[in-house]
Design a protein around this ligand. Structure first.
Ligand code: PLP
Length: 453
């Protein structure tokens, strides 16, 4: 292969983010106002986000320049390494070549700083004093706390109560970066108080924590809100992962036949996959792409593709996406980052167009894959990333049956150093698989908002 073929990066770090909106065969539909149900414009989002991020949200431009200050920050951990999983291949006895992009080498331990840094940067530029956000497993909260410390912003994090209890060290990390962390639902917002009035023992959910963070930002003129996944601009920032990987695969003189990522809100999956899907859409090179989700929260495989709210208390705009219903509270699986009722509208759109496949995998299967990976490759994966590993192992074992020597690429979205309790519970046979929560999902889907055609 010609080594200068793509020229996507300088010293391995991309100079632009890749916006897949420019290459979509059919355009996405607009978000709707939660009250009027009419399409919203940039001004409607201005209380929550700084204008440069809103413009990225609606941009149709293919390449969006990364500011020099953001590239400087990225330099601390980017480009992240791409590894060939030789020992895992050998252990599986597969003729497949398995590659993984490792995003756990960032300061916060996941892919999330890729967007936390630019979000904090644009807010600082626009004069924002503090950012509010929610966090599930704590990875997004840690990433935003790190980014706020980097650019000198205050940070307020609503952490889903069950995770606050399960993962005290994530809370400790956020505090160390200078953030204020509150278990959600809390008494600090109308949304939180309303949930607690209905159910004082509520363990919270991402949907509830989003309501709290949005409400607080909307009421404070010096504050804005930051979201760690789902939105177009977040997926855009994450494309640094895939852009780097295209060049790294080229150095390995290989190209993926199959790309696999775990999908919660869809950002790390989009990050690795979109630049490759863009090449496919432009007729440059074909690729198969698979999103893996938890069987306990099967958004892409069992959800409806329709307009729904992003949060439980219906403060956010309506977006068209695969959803299990905004009132669905996913069961307490340890991959907290995958417990979200919806899916990024962009990922949903390309799934609906048939450009990607989706598979749901049970929790015990994912931990078995994570343990096998740790024992062969030495890296302890985050429980979310175990879904991608389990998906890659399934593909590799399929290759073993058919004798095909495919190239499989997956995104290892983060390390699991804060998730050892979950691993210890797994080793002690204390983890369980949850049945597909059919009744709860049917109930939540019955409550979907009706939008005129
Ligand atoms: C947050 C998180 C996820 C899930 O979020 P996406 O937006 O779907 O990427 C997956 N893996 C890790 C390590 C995370 O921190």
């Amino acid at each position: 292969m010609n080594t200068k073929k793509y020229l996507l990066t300088e010293n391995g770090i991309p100079k632009h983010w890749y916006n897949i909106a420019a290459d979509l065969p059919t355009p996405m539909v607009p978000p709707l106002h939660p009250g009027t149900k009419q399409p919203i414009g940039p001004d409607d989002l201005a209380p929550l986000f700084p204008m440069p991020l809103i413009m990225q949200e609606v941009s149709q431009e293919r390449n969006i320049e990364i500011p020099a200050d953001v590239i400087d920050a990225y330099r601390q951990w980017r480009p992240t390494p791409l590894f060939r999983a030789h020992r895992l291949e050998k252990e599986l006895g597969t003729p497949a070549r398995i590659y993984y992009k490792y995003e756990g080498s960032s300061p916060a331990g996941s892919h999330k700083p890729n967007t936390a840094i630019p979000q904090a940067y644009y807010n600082k530029q626009e004069g924002t004093k503090r950012l509010t956000t929610e966090t599930g497993a704590g990875q997004w909260g840690s990433a935003l706390s790190f980014a706020c410390a980097y650019f000198g912003l205050e940070c307020k994090v609503f952490m889903v109560k069950v995770s606050f209890q399960q993962k005290p060290y994530r809370h400790g990390l956020m505090q160390t970066y200078g953030a204020k962390v509150t278990p959600s639902p809390s008494n600090e917002t109308h949304a939180g108080r309303a949930i607690l009035a209905e159910n004082p023992d509520s363990l919270g959910s991402l949907g509830i924590a989003i309501s709290e963070a949005v409400e607080m930002a909307a009421q404070d003129p010096e504050a804005k809100y930051a979201l760690g996944s789902v939105l177009n601009h977040v997926l855009l920032h994450q494309t640094v992962i895939g852009l780097e990987t295209i060049e790294q695969m080229q150095q390995a003189d290989d190209y993926p036949d199959v790309i696999i990522g775990c999908a919660g809100g869809g950002s790390n999956f989009a990050g690795i996959a979109f630049p490759f899907i863009g090449r496919k859409l432009r007729g440059e090179q074909d690729v198969r792409v698979i999103a893996i989700e938890p069987a306990a929260c099967p958004t892409l495989t069992k959800g409806h593709f329709t307009y729904d709210f992003g949060d439980t208390k219906h403060l956010t705009p309506l977006v068209k996406m695969y959803t299990l219903g905004s009132t669905f509270v996913p069961l307490g699986i340890h991959a907290g980052g995958l417990r979200y009722h919806g899916m990024a509208p962009m990922v949903s759109h390309i799934a609906h167009l048939g450009l990607i496949e989706a598979k749901a995998i049970h929790q015990l299967n994912t931990f078995a894959a994570g343990v096998q990976f740790a024992r062969t490759e030495g890296i302890l994966p985050a429980p979310e990333a175990n879904h991608a590993i389990a998906g890659a192992i399934q593909e590799a074992l399929h290759c073993k049956e058919t004798g095909e020597s495919k190239s499989i690429l997956f995104n290892l979205s983060g390390h699991g150093h804060f998730d050892l309790q979950a691993y210890m519970d797994y080793h002690a046979d204390k983890l369980q698989d949850y049945e597909y929560p059919e009744e709860e999902i049917a109930m939540a889907l019955a409550g979907l908002p009706s939008i005129g055609a």
